[in-house]
Design a protein around this ligand. Structure first.
Ligand code: GAR
Length: 201
């Protein structure tokens, strides 16, 4: 099975969906370590409850992005990680890190990319007045929230939606999209081609 490291910054509901997926006997993935840049977050408790080793790499304790990223990289290597999932990880990774993990680094974003990149994607969707929102799992490229798309799921925007109600609906979709994208990549069904586009085997 493919050894997976998950990077988080918070609640970890997506992490939980990945844990539940990787527990299935049919899964091609095994989560070997969870790394958080914030101490004490709920995602760390979820990992511990599932018996997965955890590490905190607090970005506030580092003088530069490069040092922070190389510490994360060292943890991933220590655990023999082959595939990395960013599950609500709210730090932007350096080009060096992204190039090192090219084709092995997945991110989930709460919009139908390429719409609404960056922070507050749900708020951006509400402000734009779109009637369809959703989530995207993609390979990470150096440009933020770009990179080849693996899975997307759409959800409706309903009359009276708030940022919270829309975020909750998107999260339900995320909890299906991320596990299925993980399986596609961990099983080798999908990979990142040399031209930066997705290849299906
Ligand atoms: C998710 O909605 C994810 O799409 C978003 O953070 C949330 C994490 O929730 N990620 C980003 O905005 C990345 N820029 P979780 O901790 O419950 O999985």
């Amino acid at each position: 099975r493919t050894k997976v490291g998950v990077l988080i910054s918070g609640t970890g509901t997506n992490l939980q969906a990945l844990i539940d997926q990787a527990r299935r006997p049919s899964s091609s993935a095994e989560i070997v370590v969870v790394v958080s840049n914030r101490p004490g977050v709920q995602g760390l408790k979820r990992a511990a409850l599932a018996g997965i080793p955890t590490r905190v790499v607090d970005h506030k304790l580092f003088g530069s992005r490069a040092e922070f990223d190389s510490t994360i990289n060292a943890v991933l290597e220590e655990f023999g990680v082959e595939l990395v999932c960013l599950a609500g990880f709210m730090r932007i990774l350096t080009g060096t890190f992204v190039r090192k993990w090219n084709g092995k680094l997945l991110n989930i974003h709460p919009s139908l990319l390429p719409s609404f990149k960056g922070v507050n994607a749900q708020k951006q969707a509400l402000q734009a007045g779109v009637r369809v929102a959703g989530c995207t799992v993609h390979f990470v490229a150096e440009e933020v929230d770009a990179g080849a798309i693996i899975v997307q799921e759409a959800v409706p925007v309903l009359v009276g939606d708030t940022e919270d109600s829309l975020s909750d609906r998107i999260k339900e979709a995320e909890h299906r999209a991320f596990p299925s994208a993980l399986e596609l990549v961990a099983s080798g069904t999908v990979c990142l081609g040399k031209d930066g586009h997705i290849e299906w085997k």
